[in-house]
Design a protein around this ligand. Structure first.
Ligand code: SF4
Length: 213
C-alpha cells in the first residue's frame, strides 16, 4: 500500500472519530492498568462489569492489596483466566507499592516488569494514560493491518514495527484506537462488513464481503 492511501485511510478514520479512546472504563492510570491486565482474552464489556464494583471499593494498589487474592477473585470471577489474573493483580499492586510509591510508572521497562503486563499492555497504558505515540497491536489491529495491506506482518511485533515506521506523527497517538474500533465493529473477524466500510475503496483485501454474499 502506498503512502497516499495510508494517509487517506487515517484521515477518514480521524474524521469519523476525532477523539477515539478505549472502551474500558477508568478514572486513573492505575485503574487503566488493572483493566488492561484483566482484558486479555476478555471483552471490554465484561471487564467493565467486573471493575466498576471493584474500583468502587478499591482503586489504589494498597486497597487492592488489602483485598487479597481471594477478595479480588470475588470481583473478577466472571472474566476468563480469573485465577491467574487475580494473582497477577495482587503481585502487580505489591510491586507498585514497594517500588513505585503506589504510582503507575511512565516507563516501558518498569511496566513490562510488572506481573501479567506484557508489551501490549505497556503500550496501551503509555498511549492511553500518558499520551505516548505507542501503537499496541492486538488481534483486531493485526487483522485489519494485514487485510487492508496497511501494515502487513507475520506477527504482532512485525505489524507494530511497520506501523511505527509508516504512520505519520500526527496520527500516531490515536492510530491504535481507530484500528481497534474498526476491527471490532466493521472489519470483524468472521465476516467483514465491507459494504458499510468507510475505507472500502482504499482497502486492498482480495476477499471483501458484501451484504449479498
Ligand atoms: S473493506 Fe472489508 S476487509 Fe477492507 S477494511 Fe473494510 S471491512 Fe475490512
Amino acid at each position: 500500500m502506498n503512502k497516499e492511501k495510508r494517509i487517506e485511510i487515517l484521515t477518514r478514520l480521524r474524521d469519523n472519530n476525532p477523539q477515539p479512546t478505549t472502551e474500558l472504563l477508568f478514572d486513573s492510570p492505575f485503574e487503566l492498568l488493572i483493566s488492561v491486565l484483566l482484558s486479555a482474552q476478555a471483552t471490554d464489556v465484561s471487564v467493565n462489569k467486573a471493575t466498576r464494583p471493584l474500583y468502587a471499593v478499591a482503586n489504589t494498589p494498597q486497597a487492592i492489596l488489602d483485598l487479597g487474592v481471594d477478595g479480588v477473585k470475588s470481583y473478577i470471577k466472571t472474566i476468563g483466566l480469573f485465577n491467574t489474573k487475580a494473582e497477577n493483580v495482587i503481585k502487580t499492586c505489591r510491586m507498585l507499592v514497594e517500588l513505585h510509591n503506589s504510582e503507575v510508572p511512565e516507563d516501558r521497562a518498569a511496566l513490562e516488569a510488572l506481573p501479567g503486563v506484557g508489551r501490549k499492555t505497556a503500550n496501551v497504558v503509555l498511549n492511553t494514560a500518558f499520551g505516548w505515540p505507542t501503537i499496541a497491536v492486538d488481534t483486531h489491529i493485526f487483522r485489519v493491518c494485514n487485510r487492508t495491506k496497511f501494515a502487513p506482518g507475520k506477527n504482532v511485533d512485525e505489524v507494530e514495527q511497520k506501523l511505527l515506521r509508516v504512520v505519520p506523527a500526527e496520527f500516531k497517538v490515536d492510530c491504535h484506537h481507530w484500528f481497534i474500533l474498526h476491527g471490532r465493529y466493521t472489519c470483524i473477524a468472521r465476516k467483514p462488513r465491507c459494504g458499510s466500510c468507510i475505507i472500502e475503496d482504499l482497502c486492498e483485501f482480495s476477499e471483501k464481503v458484501y451484504p449479498e454474499d
